[in-house]
Design a protein around this ligand. Sequence first.
Ligand SMILES: NC(=O)c1ccc[n+]([C@@H]2O[C@H](COP(=O)([O-])OP(=O)(O)OC[C@H]3O[C@@H](n4cnc5c(N)ncnc54)[C@H](O)[C@@H]3O)[C@@H](O)[C@H]2O)c1
Length: 446
Amino acid sequence: MATVLSADVKDLSLAPVGYQRIVWAERDMPVLRAIRERFEKEKPLAGLRMSACLHVTAETANLARTLVAGGADLVLVASNPLSTQDDVAASLVQDFNIPVFAIKGEDETSYYRHIAAALQHRPHVTMDDGADLVSAMIFIALNRLDDVHTEVRQWAAGLPATERTGLVGNVVASMEETTTGVIRLRAMEKDGVLKLPVIAVNDAMTKHFFDNRYGTGQSTLDGVIRATDVLLAGRRVVVCGYGWCGKGVAMRAKGMGSHVIVTEVDPIRAIEAAMDGFEVMPIAQAAKTGDLFITVTGNIHVIRGEHFAVMKDGAMICNSGHFNVELALDQLEQQSKTLNKGVREFVDEYIQPDGRRLYVLGEGRLINLAAAHGHPASVMDMSFATQALATEWALTQKGSLEHKVYEVPKAVDQWVATLKLQTMGIAIDTLTAEQTKYLASWEMGT
Ligand SMILES: NC(=O)c1ccc[n+]([C@@H]2O[C@H](COP(=O)([O-])OP(=O)(O)OC[C@H]3O[C@@H](n4cnc5c(N)ncnc54)[C@H](O)[C@@H]3O)[C@@H](O)[C@H]2O)c1
């Protein structure tokens, strides 16, 4: 493990491979590249300290390059202990001079030491994927130091009281990348503790509509396949949650020849799944029949002890939701006779008292990032273009944003979508004057 100046990455000698992967991803990120080229000339982020807590992937590296090109003084830390690509992290430090604090497989202490490094940067803008960075800031501002990890507490405890609140007071805006983060930040707003403006990047159409659906759909199955090498055709795949991610996972699994079963708690989404041609049933029933289980709900303990108890011998279980709480793995461990960790990379075997073997993939953490490389670049092109432009927009609003969760302006969504279409070589129609008038009228053509 190499600790270089103000960075903490696994091994700097991995940088050449990381560099190749960053450049390869960039080929498929034309919208972000166009923004980077403009940022290089206009420097809209000049003088801005930024801390980003994101999955450290080749695509994120290209976002980081864009922010730095815009003039930002950026620190990048991991948003999940298993999602870092060590070669990419090394290249960002070595080739791009960007301080990165992220090591794949880091323990909880290192994870929060890295979060503390992001806080020590005293950012004007934060970027979160799951709201861990902002949550730490809010707990510090509320003086609830018992609620933060020791690594963060030790640093925060040494700050004068004014600096603890000043930390969050410095933030012009915080960008949030994922559904789970937006849910947490809206809960803070509701409880009156959100002490900074948030831009819900996840909720932009150019983000969740494509990234959560097509990105998670493809990369989740990629993670399952890399972890297990199993054939998906003919297997019974249970997808828990039919939101944006669940739709993508179910659609792709069906395309691979799986028999897909969906579990839901929302009646509308359950009907949607049924009408999309999937079998819908409660998890208690699905647990008995599934070969592969994938949770994508953003909820806690969706698959728990009673469900593990009835699963078939050989069942595989994984999660692609943000936090590793969707599977009640503590319950599984308690009721298992033996736990064989790492029977192959990213696979742990839990042997039950009756001899059944259950396989948990990626320790219940997002399987697409733990065992595969996360979302493909062309979909992250839109998500991260939206991140970069939302940051630029938030700065133009400096001083006028309240401590609320804001939507990304529609104009940003439209611009990103228009440019993406152009780069895909797809032309579309435009409304004629008559059509525009008709759509605005209640009198014409009835
Ligand atoms: N793996 C990735 O790279 C990746 C990418 C984007 C989002 N995410 C994460 O995936 C999760 C889902 O995101 P989304 O955008 O699809 O959210 P969403 O809100 O669109 O969908 C979640 C669905 O889960 C359902 N649900 C909740 N509790 C359930 C339960 N107990 N059983 C069955 N269904 C239940 C909800 O009714 C909803 O339909 C979030 O944690 C999000 O942060 C992961």
